[in-house]
Write a protein of this length. Structure first.
Lengths: 115, 113
């Protein structure tokens, strides 16, 4: 069955270190998204991509970057981890919708703690 | 940009009772409104959605209503069961070409047996 997987599921890192969270989907979806989930804020969009070599900033993109070299993967990089980036991160994917919206499928999340 | 407000943030109901979660949105151009359920330790999962050309949609014990004039939409769960306990998110987005979804802040629903 097609799926979307995130790794690692849990990560503890030190302030200032570079961290990369992986996201891999086998749906062959064009759209991929990264969200962070924090209490009282719900899900906030970090970056998104509509296809290979396409990346776009979301509402909370500072300190994060993504790259899309193939359809299946959208890794999220924290250039220099900060305590404010302690959060649960979710990756999602959806089909390219031109005339109607399509369902987004979420991974199981990565809990990142920056100490 | 779009802003989605969701109430209440927590909701406790007795098993068998109904639960209602309400959301408002700011962008009148939004025309797609999905609802997601997030169980503990898992990612959100779509449970029902509604488009702006429809006022109400029902799927078994779950229904969603949309009032475009007032720019609010609601999730109704009837005959609640313990397995309905989860965090529920409303969201809004626009159709056409590309999409990105703006989420509400979530409602933690607890169904008491």
């Amino acid at each position: 069955d097609a799926e979307i997987t995130q790794s690692p599921r849990h990560k503890i890192t030190e302030t200032g270190r570079q961290v990369t969270l992986a996201c891999h989907q086998t749906w062959n979806h064009n759209n991929m998204f990264w969200y962070r989930q924090d209490l009282g804020h719900g899900l906030r969009l970090i970056h998104y991509s509509y296809g290979v070599h396409d990346t776009n900033k979301g509402e909370v993109s500072d300190g994060y970057s993504v790259s899309r070299s193939n359809t299946e993967d959208l890794p999220l990089t924290l250039e220099s981890a900060a305590s404010s980036q302690t959060s649960v991160y979710f990756c999602a994917s959806s089909e390219l919708g031109r005339t109607s919206n399509t369902e987004a499928f979420f991974g199981q999340g990565t809990r990142l703690t920056v100490v | 940009g779009e802003n989605v407000e969701q109430h209440p943030s927590t909701l406790s109901v007795q098993e068998g009772d109904s639960a209602v979660i309400k959301c408002t949105y700011s962008d009148s151009a939004s025309n797609y409104f999905p609802w997601y359920k997030q169980e503990l330790g898992k990612g959100p999962q779509l449970i029902i959605d509604i488009r702006s050309n429809v006022g109400e949609k029902k799927d078994q014990r779950i229904a969603v209503t949309l009032n475009k004039t007032a720019k609010h939409f609601s999730l109704h769960i009837t005959e609640t069961q313990p397995e309905d306990s989860a965090v529920y998110f409303c969201a809004a987005s626009k159709t056409g070409g590309y999409q990105k979804v703006t989420f509400g802040t979530g409602t933690k629903l607890q169904v008491i047996p």
